[in-house]
Design a protein around this ligand. Structure first.
Ligand code: MD3
Ligand code: FE
Length: 203
């Protein structure tokens, strides 16, 4: 099943399920190596969402702006390796959405505790806007906002559940998007959190 949000933007409900037995333990290992932390926004405020990363590059921010770095600034070490099951899942999902050779070099991992949110924004810190982005949602459901090309365009709303995958690129790559404040109905496996993984080609 493939729900079209735009010409080149799709939600694949439950697509991650066959990979979850491998993915969830891999995610715990990444968190031990590179614990979640709260980055600063350009405005100098602490983000409500906690982040970490895996792969060759990781998304980092400070009061001066956002960038991708090969080193985790908290540990001084390279980011954890991208697990094979995660790369495999992302490539299968990208193909399902018509993106046949996706070679992500980073996975940004966001953790939402109850009340955390992400305001409307565009993803424009990556070097290659031709590559798609693949997003995997885990844990508690979230209301995702899928907007237009101006911040003021009224966004469509859709719920992203545990195991859902979203893929967007091409003409939909620069859409504004965000996440409404998270509720608190604990997930049977992951408890009171939502984890979102976004695989990107950043370098
Ligand atoms: C964007 N993360 O990390 S990903 C981000 O759930 C980010 O954590 C959100 O935005 C999160 O930059 C959303 C899901 C998503 C799905 C479809 C999109 C983002 C999209 C379509 C167009 C643009
Ligand atoms: Fe984004």
């Amino acid at each position: 099943q493939r729900i079209a949000m735009g010409a080149q933007a799709f939600i694949l409900p439950g697509f991650a399920e066959p990979w979850l037995d491998r993915l969830l333990p891999a995610l715990e290992a990444i968190q031990r190596e590179a614990p979640f932390r709260q980055m600063m926004t350009k405005g100098g405020r602490r983000m409500s969402v906690q982040t970490t990363a895996c792969g060759k590059l990781g998304w980092v921010s400070n009061e001066y702006g956002y960038r991708y770095s090969p080193i985790d600034p908290d540990s001084g070490q390279p980011w954890p390796t991208m697990p094979d099951c995660l790369l495999e899942l992302a490539q299968h999902a990208a193909r399902e959405a018509g993106f046949n050779d996706f070679h992500p070099d980073t996975c940004l991992i966001n953790r939402y505790l109850p009340g955390a949110r992400m305001g409307l924004h565009q993803d424009k810190d990556e070097c290659d806007f031709n590559a798609p982005i693949v997003s995997i949602s885990l844990g508690m459901p979230a209301t995702f906002l899928f907007g237009g090309f101006k911040r003021s365009d009224r966004p469509a709303r859709t719920i992203l559940n545990h195991g859902d995958v979203a893929v967007w690129g091409g003409v939909d790559r620069m859409r504004f998007h965000g996440v409404m404040p998270l509720g608190d109905i604990p997930h049977p496996q992951l408890g009171s959190q939502r984890i979102n993984l976004t695989l990107r080609k950043a370098g």
